[in-house]
Design a protein around this ligand. Structure first.
Ligand code: CU
Length: 147
C-alpha cells in the first residue's frame, strides 16, 4: 500500500493525461467520419433507380448500397460528368471500377467511390431486364464543396 501511495500522484497524472487524450480524440474522429462518408441506399427495379437523382458534396466518400428488388439488374456509371469529354479526368474515383456491376435480385451490392468534381453523373442498367431496360437510368449530382 505504501508503494502505491508513493507512486500515486504520477499514476494519477498518467491516467488523467490518457483520459483527456481519449476525450480529445474521440469527437474528432466521429466528426471526420460523418463528414467524409455518405452511405446511400438505392433500390433498382423495373425500370428505375430510387432515389434518383440524389445529391452528394464534392470531397465526400460515397458508399452506394444497391438492392435489386424485383429482378436482376445492373449498374454502370460514367466517371466523368455529363457533357464532358469521355476521356477527361474522372470526377468520380473508384477503388475498383467495374464496367458493369451485376445486381442480383434480393442482394445488396456495394459500390464505393470518392466524389471529387462537381457535376451530374449518369448511371444506367447494364443487365438486360425487359422492355424498359434502355431507359433505366439514374443520376448522382455532385455539388461543389461548401467554402
Ligand atoms: Cu436492365
Amino acid at each position: 500500500m505504501k508503494r502505491i501511495g508513493k507512486h500515486c500522484p504520477l499514476w494519477l497524472f498518467c491516467a488523467f493525461t490518457f483520459l483527456s487524450a481519449m476525450s480529445f480524440l474521440r469527437p474528432d474522429s466521429t466528426l471526420a467520419q460523418d463528414q467524409e462518408i455518405r452511405v446511400i441506399e438505392l433500390t433498382a427495379k423495373k425500370y428505375e433507380y430510387s432515389p434518383s437523382p440524389f445529391h452528394v458534396k464534392a470531397g465526400t466518400k460515397v458508399q452506394l448500397k444497391i438492392t435489386a428488388t424485383d429482378h436482376d439488374h445492373g449498374f454502370k456509371i460514367a466517371t466523368v460528368p455529363d457533357g464532358s469529354e469521355p476521356n477527361s479526368t474522372p470526377g468520380l474515383v473508384f477503388a475498383s471500377l467495374q464496367e458493369c456491376w451485376q445486381l442480383k435480385k434480393g442482394e445488396t451490392t456495394m459500390v464505393e467511390f470518392s466524389a471529387q468534381t462537381a457535376g451530374t453523373y449518369t448511371f444506367k442498367c447494364c443487365h438486360t431486364c425487359g422492355l424498359g431496360h434502355k431507359g433505366m437510368k439514374g443520376q448522382i449530382i455532385v455539388d461543389p464543396a461548401a467554402i
